[in-house]
Write a protein that binds this ligand. Structure first.
Ligand code: SAH
Length: 300
């Protein structure tokens, strides 16, 4: 089978809308990749603001028609917000899965961790590997919000701690926490696929004990549905407006006395409202970190 790659570099806000359009034409899925720039093999990488969205169309007898309809759909989207012209590249006789896998590189995080695409050997034996398959939809480790969380997790975790990972996605933060010495990590998400993926990814990382998963959010944890209701370290990498709502819904109660809450998924201009929501629940800002437009807050 030959494939026609369609690729666009857009800003983060447009990526989802463009991915939705491509998904209508590419049943195999769409790759949304946050740009990371590497100067050389030793460069830990710098996140770029542009996001590459691409998909692979099967070259069959309908390809010309498919391409035309796709271009039309993008043209309509471009009327709402200007879009770059899509770049089409034929990929001959090659498995596109393998082709895009070549784009991924291990990402060192903080001082101790390295995110390694599941099919690669870790290039750095001194760092603790977190193995993740970036083909998955959520929490691949390439996003700055996840990277910020992992850096801060590394800084604030102490061995033996219990951790709550609210909105666990792929489970990447729970895996990181357990590998950094957490006793237990409670990974919850409102999406059953995320709950399942977290358990699977933990196993793939050799974690058998300590990972607890559950479907739900703040309410379900506070209702006592899971093994514990509070932890000294709580991680929430969800969007700013959801974080603000969760504060009104009692997210603060998940943090035990003198505990720390790491908040991520916040755009620069949303940092103040999230901080105010935290302060309204009696928290104080300990630290703020930023990569590109994305901010993470640590409150206690
Ligand atoms: N923790 C991962 C994934 C973040 S993506 C990482 O850091 O990379 C955000 C996740 O939050 C998604 O999986 C989404 O399903 C989940 N989510 C969204 N709203 C939520 C809510 N109100 N409560 C719990 N999880 C939520």
């Amino acid at each position: 089978m030959t494939w026609l790659e369609v690729s666009l570099n857009v800003n983060g806000e447009l990526a989802e809308a463009v991915a939705d359009v491509l998904a209508r034409f590419a049943p195999n899925g769409v790759v949304v990749e946050n740009g990371v720039f590497f100067k050389d093999a030793d460069d830990p990488g710098t996140s770029l603001d542009m996001v590459n969205v691409r998909a692979y169309l099967a070259v069959d007898e309908k390809i010309d028609d498919t391409r035309q309809r796709l271009e039309e759909a993008l043209w309509y989207l471009g009327k709402i917000q200007p879009l770059p012209v899509p770049v089409f590249t034929p990929i001959a006789d090659q498995n596109w899965m393998e082709a895009w896998k070549e784009h991924y590189k291990p990402i060192p995080i903080g001082e101790k961790l390295i995110i390694v695409p599941a099919w690669l050997e870790s290039p750095d034996a001194t760092r603790i590997p977190i193995r993740i398959d970036p083909g998955m939809a959520f929490g691949t480790g390439t996003h700055p919000t996840t990277q910020l969380c992992l850096e801060l997790l590394e800084k604030y975790i102490q061995p033996g701690m219990d951790v709550i990972d609210l909105g666990c996605g792929s489970g990447i933060l729970s895996i990181g926490a357990l590998k950094l010495g957490a006793r237990r990590a409670l990974a919850v998400d409102i999406d059953q696929a995320a709950v399942d993926a977290s358990l699977e990814n933990a196993r793939a990382n050799g974690i058998t004990d300590g990972i607890l998963t559950g479907l739900g959010s703040v309410d379900e944890i506070l209702a006592g549905n899971f093994a514990f209701k509070q932890a000294p370290l709580v991680l929430a990498n969800i969007l700013a407006n959801v974080l603000i709502q969760l504060f009104s819904g009692g997210m603060g109660k998940l943090v035990s006395k003198n505990g720390v809450l790491i908040l991520s998924g916040i755009l620069q201009e949303q940092a103040d409202p999230v901080c105010q929501a935290a302060e309204a629940q009696g928290f104080k800002l300990l630290e703020k970190r930023q990569i590109g437009d994305w901010v993470a807050l640590v409150v206690s």
